[in-house]
Design a protein around this ligand. Structure first.
Ligand code: ZN
Length: 246
């Protein structure tokens, strides 16, 4: 089975459309690791897509905040403004779906899907030491996570914990083969708000028969996504950061 893995779409319809076009025909089923909404200007279109087309979804911290399930006091000003705006524009059926999204991890056979960390959906796995602390706590050999918006992740091998690189700037994909007897924390990167300095939309396709993760990157119409953010009078930083991938 080939899994299309999307995370941190963040209401960016242009990025989502480009990813789906590039991945067309290359997957059998779909996973989403949370943060479908928040930051971007198309929460309804993105929620609609995930609600109707994605097989397995976990919630993210922005999904919780936009659904009114979390206190906004931990959010910075731009994130708070976008969560309040999203609450106003979300259609009832999308809001209801958002409220009922399950908390990760969800175990699906040989792998699990989650937003932040297997132990805490809101925790960021940024450094190898964050991943090292999970030794002994991983229920499956492979975990797919998001939240950091950094494509790649970590491998927990007998000889140590190593960072997995994402797609190089001059390529549109890179294959990463999984070995036996090793644990993997795989981050497909963020579709709608990459923060690894590469503004292209990020996602991944996992082939569980070949045991290969294909990390993907695609350019998209950043100017159109920025124009919608500005037209919605959302904080300008949310438009600017898309241009630099931060
Ligand atoms: Zn996010």
């Amino acid at each position: 089975m080939r899994y299309l893995i999307l995370s941190d779409i963040h209401a960016n319809q242009e990025a989502l459309a480009a990813a789906l076009e590039q991945a067309s025909g290359a997957w059998d089923t779909t996973l989403c690791l949370g943060d479908t909404v928040g930051y971007g200007a198309d929460p309804n279109a993105c929620a609609e897509f995930v609600r109707t087309k994605i097989a397995h979804v976990v919630r993210g911290n922005h999904d919780k905040a936009c659904a009114g399930l979390d206190d906004l006091e931990w959010f910075n000003a731009a994130a708070r403004a976008s969560a309040l705006w999203t609450q106003q524009v979300m259609r009832p059926e999308n809001m209801e779906w958002l409220r009922q999204l399950p908390k990760g991890p969800i175990v699906l056979g040989e792998f699990q899907i989650l937003h932040g960390s297997p132990l805490d959906e809101d925790e960021y796995l940024l450094q190898a030491q964050d991943a090292r602390q999970l030794i002994g706590y991983l229920d499956t050999p492979v975990s797919f996570f998001g939240h950091t918006h950094l494509q790649g992740g970590f491998m927990l091998h007998r000889s140590g914990v190593f960072r997995i690189p994402g797609v190089p700037r001059d390529a549109s994909f890179v294959d990463f083969e999984l070995e036996k007897d090793t644990f993997y924390l795989i981050n497909p990167g963020s579709v709608g708000q990459p923060r690894d300095g590469d503004p292209r939309a990020a996602y991944a396709i996992y082939d569980d028969e070949q045991r290969v993760v294909r990390y993907m990157r695609t350019p998209y119409d950043i100017a159109a996504a920025q124009a919608k953010i500005r037209a919605a009078a959302l904080p300008d930083i949310l438009a600017r950061r898309l241009g630099i991938g931060q």
